[in-house]
Design a protein around this ligand. Structure first.
Ligand SMILES: Cc1cc2nc3c(=O)[nH]c(=O)nc-3n(C[C@H](O)[C@H](O)[C@H](O)COP(=O)(O)OP(=O)(O)OC[C@H]3O[C@@H](n4cnc5c(N)ncnc54)[C@H](O)[C@@H]3O)c2cc1C
Length: 521
């Protein structure tokens, strides 16, 4: 164990203290599952029945990382927007991977010029590989093959936000908020009032902690890795590769791609909350042990520019609807990203137009009640169905699976998707699940490997399967309802303000919840 601590402490910026803090949090969660006490999160949201009268801002966004995307889109539309960021608003050095066409929304919403967008693209590579131990390889082009430099992107957005009259409060931490009938009053070392507060403070937002009370996340994705020189950068990437069967109670997957500062490699695994699950430190040991074989280098040649690690908790009840009027969660705090990937930036790109237009509509029609705002983070069956996939890719504590069971399953599923063609495979890889491709894949898997079905059923268990069938049926229903959009839209657009807002959000929910918003290029 001391080896990992020593190694991390020699890396640029000494990530050891932060790493230990994250691993302690993970330890705490696992221990809690085993019955230890769990203190109530502090109360940060209060309610008051007196009115505020006027407000300083239309919208206050707490948390600047993804908050600046939404903040700039809203300031661009002419709203009075303030962003509170507890640190400095600066993106991290490590790229976010996405697909080129997903970035286009930033230009379409006039948040970036084409030249700024090109400047934000730090790397581009093709094709990407998917491979599972003991199975075949699959290659895809133009999917998650663009690395965006967060530091550059956020700086451009910050400048645009300020030009549009937005106000950025850096080194200003959100402390509490009081919800009044006509606005919110935020304490952050100073007092700010607004019609709407947006929580963009990430997975560990104090507002989310209060809203989810002591609800335990249902699963977690654990990630460790580095961006390092010394590994041949290569021109291709790995989206998801497994090098071995289940070992030490978990199935590890790898990701690798060229980056501006070398080559990024991640090891990740899905876990439940049990003391038996590996610590991040154990995963880093496994990472350093397997990396030489994976990338064809000696560990002494690894010149790590930075270490990366993360815990991505996911809750079945997502996206999160905040139980207070005038408050909305976005970004990681909302849980609207897939539990399969750590693609929160990509999820924000996907929902940016919908959210910025929806918030504008909500403000214009004073539709800021709990129920109104719930329509902006609606149930998405195509997100909920992915739960079973995550369950099928993880080994729960004390679960005895055949060593290569997860790899064999994934090989068969990807073979089926490849047989069915790109329209099936591509959206899935970009976290968009659609009814017909999913149905056809399941049919293909049952025909191709009927023997696999009982094994899967046994692995995921009857209650998860039943739950999933409900979401699968809802996915079909949403796909059907979305077909009726042209009929309903003509009528709903003639409705008065608040009803029109509600119908617009329902139509969006059917589109996004069925994956019909997906554009392939
Ligand atoms: C190793 C790793 C690799 C990743 N790779 C990708 C990728 O390739 N593609 C992709 O799409 N996504 C990727 N992600 C996920 C992506 O980084 C997150 O989804 C994204 O950062 C979420 O942004 P957020 O603003 O919602 O939350 P956060 O990133 O957690 O940011 C929260 C913000 O709120 C601020 N804040 C917190 N508390 C307060 C407070 N009290 N007051 C004021 N401000 C506060 C924080 O300072 C921070 O700026 C990766 C993540 C990790 C860890």
């Amino acid at each position: 164990m001391a080896i990992i601590a020593d190694w991390l402490s020699t890396l640029p910026g000494n990530p050891l203290p932060q790493f230990q803090a994250v691993d302690r949090r993970w330890y705490y969660w696992r221990a809690h599952k085993s019955g230890r006490s769990h203190p109530q999160p502090p109360q940060v949201v209060f309610q008051n029945s007196s009115t505020l009268g006027t407000t300083d801002w239309d919208i206050v966004i707490c948390g600047g990382t993804l908050g600046i995307l939404l903040g700039t889109a809203l300031a661009q539309k002419g709203w009075r927007v303030a962003i509170l960021e507890r640190g400095e608003l600066q993106g991290r050095a490590q790229e976010w991977n996405t697909s080129r066409h997903e970035l286009q929304v930033l230009v379409e919403l006039e948040l970036l010029t084409e030249a700024e967008l090109e400047g934000a693209i730090a790397s581009e590579f093709n094709p990407n590989r998917i491979a599972f131990h003991g199975g075949s390889e699959f290659w895809v082009k133009d999917v998650l093959n663009v690395g965006v430099a967060p530091a550059y992107l956020l700086e451009c957005l910050k400048q645009r936000f300020l030009q549009q009259g937005g106000k950025l409060y850096e080194h200003t931490a959100f402390e509490t908020v009081t919800v009044h009938p006509d606005g919110v009053c935020i304490q952050a070392g100073q007092t700010l009032t607004a019609k709407l507060m947006v929580d963009a403070m990430g997975h560990f937002s104090p507002i989310v902690a209060q809203a989810r009370a002591d609800q335990q996340p249902d699963a977690v994705c654990l990630v460790v890795g580095t961006c390092a020189k010394g590994i041949p950068a290569g021109a291709t990437g790995d989206l998801m590769v497994s090098l071995a069967p289940i070992e030490q109670g978990h199935q590890s997957f790898w990701e690798a791609f060229p980056a501006r500062d070398g080559r990024t490699t991640y090891l990740f695994t899905y876990a439940d909350f049990a003391p038996e699950q590996p610590s991040l430190e154990q995963l880093f040991e496994e990472y350093l042990e397997a990396l030489p074989n994976y990338q064809g280098i000696e560990i002494a040649e690894l010149d790590a520019q930075r270490a990366m690690f993360g815990l991505f908790p996911s809750y079945r009840q997502s996206p999160l609807v905040l139980p207070w009027a005038r408050m909305l969660a976005v970004g990681d705090s909302s849980g609207c990203q897939s539990p399969l990937s750590f693609g929160g930036f990509g999820a924000m790109l996907r929902h940016l137009r919908r959210l910025s237009e929806g918030i504008e509509d909500a403000l214009k029609s004073d539709a800021l009640s709990i129920n109104d705002l719930a329509l902006l983070q609606p149930y998405q069956p195509n997100l909920s169905v992915t739960w079973l996939f995550q369950r099928a890719m993880s080994v729960r504590a004390n679960q005895a699976l055949a060593p290569n069971q997860i790899n064999d399953l994934l090989s068969v599923v990807f073979q089926s998707m490849e047989t069915l063609g790109e329209p099936v495979l591509r959206p899935f890889l970009q976290d968009v699940v659609q009814f017909s491709p999913l149905y056809r894949t399941l049919l293909q898997v049952s025909l191709q490997s009927p023997g696999m079905i009982p094994t899967i059923l046994q692995q995921v268990g009857p209650s998860a399967l039943l739950d999933w069938m409900g979401h699968f049926a809802a996915l079909g229903t949403y796909s059907g309802l979305h077909q009726m959009q042209p009929l309903i839209q003509g009528w709903s657009e003639k409705l008065p303000g608040r009803s029109r807002f509600q119908w617009r959000q329902r139509l969006d929910a059917w589109a996004y919840g069925s994956g019909a918003d997906y554009k392939s290029s």
